[in-house]
Design a protein around this ligand. Sequence first.
Ligand code: SAM
Length: 283
Amino acid sequence: MNVERLIGEAQGALVAANERFGDQGSEEDEAWELLEHAWGRDFEWEDEVPTDVARSFRRLVGRRETGEPVSHIVGYVEFRDMRLGVRPGMFIPRGTSEFLAAQAIRRLHGRHEPVHVDLATGVGPIALSTARAVSQASVWGLDVCSRSLGQARRNAAALGLENITFRKSDMFAGLPARLHGGVDVVTIHPPYVPRSEVADLPEEIRGFEPSHTLTDGSRDGLLLVRRAIDESPRWLRPGGWLLMEIVPTETRGILPLFRRAGFRQVRSTHGALRYTRVLVGRL
Ligand SMILES: C[S@@+](CC[C@H](N)C(=O)[O-])C[C@H]1O[C@@H](n2cnc3c(N)ncnc32)[C@H](O)[C@@H]1O
């Protein structure tokens, strides 16, 4: 069977799966990615697929049909210009966060040996982006989840990055005291789903990403948001920035908290993918 027929066959199955679980409309890309993974090489539409490759491809499609995210099946996700390893038990970086990374990079460029702290770093997409783009920066990625941090370190090693440190830490708690008042940019993409709404998330998310990556367990989902706003001023240098990725419905409630904590130039911004906002404030 050639690639075109095999992908076509899989697309039908994936449409049904994505109606229940995922991103409708992305079935062809998903099938292509799964075939690349099964085959381990590039191919064209007219290429004949060896029988054993077709067999393993159909097995992968079967896993996807149960709702398992493509990133878990292939073991990586593309983020900016990087391929980041990701495994079950960790948050899968989203394309929307590329805008948060870009906003951080913009503010680090031009500063002398700047320091960037990425709270709730997960497998490190934001921290790895700035470490790669701003080579003279010192970057810290902090998270409470050892498993994610292990993967973040493997991602840094695969990218050959040495200007980045990943540390187990409840928010800022594990950061060295010498960085008080010395941080240029703090970023956070927090787990912001209210506790009672986790059950309503799509199975693809709820069933495959641990709840501590989705919610902070509070009623309104804003416990870590408030902590980031309250704790950042102690760590930021004057003129430093706090950048926070959040859903649009929460922005109006959170912006006043930035102002109350002493931030100025407070704004809500968004990138080309409008599903999330990045709130920014300067000390
Ligand atoms: C929505 S995920 C974001 C991960 C990553 N920034 C990304 O965009 O892929 C939230 C992360 O917050 C971490 N987390 C939860 N509570 C935390 C805390 N108290 N301190 C630091 N990190 C925490 C979770 O382990 C998870 O990795």
